[in-house]
Design a protein around this ligand. Structure first.
Ligand code: BGC
Length: 426
């Protein structure tokens, strides 16, 4: 099975997870705290900053025709209002390298990490956030806009609300003296709940001395409703800047979306969860050119909330249920309400068994194909992730990559799934 030649078949990364040494970012600071909730610091990551050409050539050799990566705000604006021409040049080189190798660059402006100074100003709960983000966006678009055709402003704009509800669930479980069920943590990003809840007071003191505020409102902090509105405003402000400077660019954001399945009695709960995750963002994204759909698994809910994974289900390293059908369900669900183009900006599986990754890709892409046959406006699929990388608080323990990396010498070893993914290109 192959897609049409204009359909984008690619892989995705995020700057902090692959580049290494993102020293001016909030995450770098948190990773190095004494009372950190991170399993290990990102360090050199997989040194994609210096190996991008090799990585892009591996994608091209495997047949991929697109690469989604993020530009790191903390590199571009390491101090407030101080912009780095050298770092812009780095990303200009990455874009040029993509094109020279026949890959369409799809750029994300914000993928979880922010500059440390921005957090000291109140981060993603501060009223100034949209203007700060728009200023950074302006700088990037002025320099790189003419080279780009597709820009995602914010990765998983709904992540803060998902984390807030995960924390609530976790606290309730603790209070009920229940052991936190491992398979209950289906928020789509590596979080160490126990570490996060432990040492909270000491961590607050350390945060105060590091950021000048007792609570660091990073992008993956539990978000308030007000903070959620601020993130939506930041997206709209960036979108306006992009349209002003580079009107040819297609602009959108991405959302973390579960295939929420109501079990008997769970219909109202499922509808509420879908509204929190997706529907309530419709006013924000209705004028976007595309929506980035990011899906990893399903969640089944009854009237009390999310159920554990089914008995005997195959689980990934993240303890998510192996369920590639979820992508098709989510694409069909969002297409009911969102009229624009859909791009699968992330979909993937953490596993040490690469044949299961191939099976996952096969299942997911069969679903995408069925959606296309039914006329859904899907224009690309980006697998998460190109490389085994830094899975946030869970460090390097999760292997999502189409390419393995020996971090002692940064040697790349493409897995069979990389060429398998490339074989779908039309
Ligand atoms: C995020 C990635 C993350 C992946 C796997 C997504 O939610 O965008 O940064 O690595 O999930 O957890």
């Amino acid at each position: 099975m192959k897609f049409l030649s204009e359909f984008l078949i690619g892989a995705a990364t995020a700057a902090h997870q692959v580049e290494g040494n993102n020293r001016n970012s909030d995450f770098w600071a948190m990773e190095h705290m004494e009372f950190t909730s991170f399993q290990e610091p990102s360090g050199d990551a997989v040194d994609h900053y210096n190996h991008f050409e090799e990585d892009i050539k591996l994608m091209a050799a495997a047949g991929l025709n697109a690469y989604r990566f993020s530009i790191e705000w903390a590199r571009i604006e390491p101090e407030e209002n101080v912009f780095s021409q050298e770092e812009i040049q780095h990303y200009a080189d990455v874009i040029r390298c993509c094109k020279a190798n026949g890959l369409e660059p799809v750029v994300t402006l914000h993928h979880f990490t922010s500059p440390k100074w921005f957090i000291s100003k109140g981060g993603w709960e501060a009223a100034a956030a949209p203007a700060d983000f728009a200023k950074y966006t302006r700088y990037v678009m002025e320099q790189l806009g003419s080279e780009l055709r597709t820009v995602c402003t914010i990765n998983e704009a709904n992540m803060g609300l998902q984390i807030a509800s995960l924390m609530e669930r976790y606290k309730r479980q603790m209070m009920a003296r229940m052991a936190a069920s491992k398979s209950d943590g289906t928020v789509q990003v590596g979080m160490n709940m126990e570490k996060m809840m432990a040492n909270q007071e000491a961590a607050a003191r350390e945060t105060q001395s590091l950021f000048g505020t007792p609570k660091a409102e990073t992008f993956t902090s539990p978000r308030t409703e007000q903070g959620d509105a601020i993130v939506c405003e930041a997206h709209k402000a960036a979108r306006a800047v992009i349209r002003e400077i580079a009107p040819h660019v297609r602009v959108g954001l991405s959302l973390s979306l579960h295939d929420i399945q109501a079990q008997p009695g769970g219909e109202a709960r499922a509808a509420k969860d879908w509204s929190d995750e997706f529907t309530h963002y419709l006013p924000t994204i209705q004028d976007d050119d595309f929506l980035g759909v990011q899906n990893y698994t399903r969640s089944r809910v009854d009237e009390n909330g999310i159920l554990p994974t089914p008995e005997g289900a195959e689980l990934t390293q993240m303890d998510y249920e192996f369920y590639p059908q979820a992508l098709e369900h989510v694409l069909r669900a969002v297409a009911k309400d969102f009229p624009g183009e859909l791009i699968v900006t992330e979909n993937g599986i953490a596993t040490s068994d690469d044949s299961r990754r191939e099976a996952f890709i096969e299942g997911a892409l069969a679903g995408v194909q069925r959606c296309l046959e039914d006329g859904l406006p899907i224009s690309g699929y980006f697998h998460w992730s190109l490389l085994d990388n830094f899975e946030w608080q869970k460090g390097y323990s999760m292997t999502f990559g189409l390419i393995a990396v020996d971090r002692t010498n940064q040697t790349r070893s493409p897995k069979p799934s990389l060429t398998y993914l490339g074989s779908y290109r039309g």
